[in-house]
Design a protein. Sequence first.
Length: 156
Amino acid sequence: MSRRCWLMKCEPDAYTIADLARDGRTSWEGVRNYQARNFMRDQMQVGDGVLFYASNASPSGVTGLAEIVRPGYPDHSAFVPGHDYYDPGSTRDSPTWFMVDIGFVERFPSTVPLDVLKRTAGLEDMMVTRKGSRLSVQPVTPAEYDIVVALGRAAG
């Protein structure tokens, strides 16, 4: 099976590419959207490429690269009463929510802003460039991934 590519959004006040560079790897817990959950549970595999996207940032955009280092497994935060991501309907025997682990690959010299993504040839159909697209975990084609990586490495 060929490697898949993804865009994963995170707000800078929660976690940044600099945090990932420092930590080396992290779990991507707390996703509470069924479509995003399905991507993590059913499709993400070790080695898949990740565009790390800072959302609600100034500017919002891709800040670097990560990769999937552990495929989908039950999101432990759903089992902890009082936790922000607690879900009493999700049990260890029948988990509702899943997460993956990502590892640091590269930090771009500067952010590739959303407005640049929107006006770059080859990215017209990229999910993040579509009006109203708020999904925090999105598939990206290998061609889109390569274009964004080239933009990121040229930035700065």
